[in-house]
Design a protein around this ligand. Structure first.
Ligand code: DQA
Length: 147
């Protein structure tokens, strides 16, 4: 079955308790469960992984080579800092969808720049946990269009 890799970056393991006024009350486990259920509706599988470590995320992207058809990623704070993560995604050679729970453009200026955006097909941001579901739908659509 076609697999889509879903990556969650640093601090997203704290969803539900971390600044809920910005990120909402939904936990990461709940997001992963709703992604799995949408994936089965869409006829794909999801492989969800969270890490607070840049290198662990990069290792996972490299390990997915040839085994994943698309990547949905919320890079968290690495969005605004990581050229290494950007390079790993560029090398993955599959469509990338960048997602954010919050609308980063309505927040501090340092969140306005994304190193990931230039290697992503598109971004979904500002819809809370739904950003992930919209991102998964977009990724599945990109895979279908490639066939
Ligand atoms: C975030 C936005 C980032 O600026 C922040 O560092 C995060 C979460 C979001 O989903 O809104 O950790 O990626």
């Amino acid at each position: 079955m076609t697999t889509i890799l879903v990556l969650h970056g640093p601090n997203l393991n704290l969803l539900g308790v971390r600044e809920p006024e910005i990120y909402g009350h939904t936990t990461l486990a709940e997001i992963d469960a709703s992604l799995a259920s949408l994936a089965s509706e869409l006829g794909v599988a999801v492989d969800c992984f969270q890490s607070n470590h840049e290198g662990a995320l990069i290792d996972r992207i490299q390990a997915a080579r040839g085994r994943t058809a698309a990547i949905v990623i919320n890079p968290g704070g690495f969005t605004h800092t990581s050229i290494a993560l950007r390079d790993a995604l560029a090398a993955a050679d599959v469509p990338v969808v960048e997602v954010h729970l919050s609308n980063v453009h309505r927040r501090e200026e340092f969140r306005h720049h994304s190193f990931i955006a230039s290697v992503a097909t598109g971004q979904v941001l500002g819809f809370g946990a739904d950003s992930y579901l919209l991102g998964l739908r977009a990724a599945a659509g990109l895979i279908a269009a490639r066939r």
